[in-house]
Design a binder for this molecule. Structure first.
Ligand SMILES: Cc1ncc(COP(=O)(O)O)c(C=O)c1O
Ligand SMILES: N[C@@H](CCCC[NH3+])C(=O)O
Length: 454
């Protein structure tokens, strides 16, 4: 990394970095190391080398980073059940890694469920949720004997109850809306009043859902579920959610004499996208939620339920780096410089959807050129297709250069589209100095293969 490319906030941290050349608190995987000639190694593999081998755009997924993060959750929350939220990014290897690290899986569609099942993921460790589950999805989940299903609508209760399997009641949780605003953008704040997710705690329909579930002998209510939002960097919203949920647990105990053994706080744990960004402190989250839950339960005379958490982004995002080749560099009339790359909103819709900020750096060559403010834009015909706005890049950036964007592992590929028939990028896993292709690049043949008439 040249001096010109270093974010000023990161410059101070860099002095104390355990990885020479990369700042502490950086959004790069922990394995990232600078190599010769501007190369950047992740998982012991040069990113420029990987781009040459597999082509671009390319997503490079650091297996050890995924495993390390999964293990960190188990260590921080040894009593809790940790479920990886598949929606952040799922492929068979990812399912294997989180399963091998002892995590469960949170799925929200038949597709995620089928993919996980095909890898041999233990169904007992799978939880299905979703605000619009089809009868077929409920049937599939029941047939696969998933461990838990989160009820998010009154109609699901009789539907699920009718899918009884003799002597094995389905364990369910009831999702409630805690009315707490948290998350990086209004579009992802699912736990705030007025949202369609879960039952209202105060409006009475939460209590009604609980009554109806308890009346079904083929369902076993194990707890309450909530999910506040995504990219939350403070612990306080989770503590507020615990207050509301424990209050409801106490009311359920008073009304039905039943103490529910589980409490699912959902996911939403925030990560760094740029050097110096805040992230949710996992140790702090674990210590304070555990303490708070115990204190609130003691106040209500309840035994302490087991916590469930569903981190997606915090496990997947920091594990991947997106690589793009610069195709053209243009100077706009208003003094702006644009570097157009071979990917864009079809592989990462987050900047266009939420204005999400990212870091970016040149890899594969060094530059002594002064820094310039450059918008890294995508290849799609939309003014909003800007991947990194006002990036600090060398002024001599030119076509053929390789750009690397860290924290690319969550909600990019899983929300990628077929726009302009560009095709979704390939994914390569890196580990111990070796790279292997996990997902090949999508081709026009894949699009044509779905056409059955003309
Ligand atoms: C119910 C539920 N659980 C878990 C997650 C995972 O969220 P994150 O990736 O922000 O941890 C989501 C998505 O935000 C969700 O809707
Ligand atoms: N897609 C969102 C996160 C949504 C989480 C789904 N509950 C993002 O990229 O920030």
């Amino acid at each position: 990394m040249t001096q010109a490319q270093v974010d000023p906030a990161a410059r101070t941290a860099r002095r104390r970095s355990p990885h020479p050349g990369l700042p502490l608190g950086s959004p790069w995987p922990a394995s990232a190391r600078p190599g010769a000639g501007g190369e950047l190694l992740v998982g012991g593999v040069g990113l420029a080398e990987a781009a040459d081998r597999f082509g671009t755009p390319l997503y490079v997924l650091d297996e050890e980073e995924v495993r390390r993060r999964a293990r960190a959750y188990r260590t921080a929350l040894p009593q809790a059940q940790v479920l990886y939220a598949a929606k952040a990014f799922l492929c068979s290897a990812m399912a294997d890694w989180v399963s091998e690290e002892g995590l469960g899986l949170d799925v929200c569609s038949a597709g995620e469920l089928r993919l996980a099942a095909a890898t041999g993921f233990p169904p007992q460790r799978i939880l299905l949720h979703g605000n619009a589950k089809s009868p077929e999805e409920l049937r599939l989940a029941r047939r696969m004997r998933v461990g838990r299903i989160v009820i998010d609508g009154l109609a699901e209760i009789p539907r699920l109850a009718a899918l009884a399997i003799a002597d094995t009641p389905q364990q369910v949780l009831v999702r409630v809306l805690p009315d707490i605003a948290a998350g990086h953008h209004s579009a992802v704040r699912t736990g705030v009043a007025g949202q369609r997710f879960g039952f209202r705690i105060d409006g009475g329909d939460g209590a009604e859902a609980v009554d109806r579930v308890l009346a079904q002998p083929s369902l076993r209510l194990t707890g309450l579920h909530c999910h506040l939002g995504s990219q939350i960097t403070e612990v306080e919203p989770y503590l507020a959610a615990l207050d509301r949920l424990v209050g409801l647990l106490a009311r359920i105990r008073d009304r039905h004499g039943a103490e529910l053994p589980e409490l699912d706080l959902g996911g939403g744990h925030g990560v760094r996208y740029r050097p110096g960004d805040r992230e949710l402190d996992l140790a702090d989250f674990a210590a304070r939620t555990t303490r708070h839950l115990a204190a609130r339960c003691a106040e209500h005379g309840l035994s302490v339920p087991r916590l469930i958490v569903e981190p997606g982004r915090a496990i997947a995002a920091p594990a991947a780096v997106a690589l793009y080749r610069v195709l053209s560099v243009k100077h706009g009339t208003d003094g702006r410089t644009f570097a157009a790359v071979d990917g864009g909103m079809s592989d990462n819709p987050r900047p266009a959807l939420y204005g999400s900020p990212y870091a970016v750096r040149l890899v594969g060559r060094t530059s002594e050129a002064p820094p310039a403010v450059i918008d890294v834009v995508g290849r799609h015909c939309e003014a909003g297709d800007v991947l990194v706005r006002a990036a600090d890049l060398p002024a001599d950036l030119r076509p053929g250069d390789l750009l690397a964007v860290p924290a690319a592992g969550a909600y990019q590929l899983s929300m990628a589209s077929g726009y302009n028939l560009v095709g979704r990028p390939a994914v390569a896993a890196v580990s111990g100095g070796r790279a292997r292709l996990l997902i090949r690049r999508e081709t026009v043949g894949d699009f044509q293969a779905r056409e059955v008439g003309r």
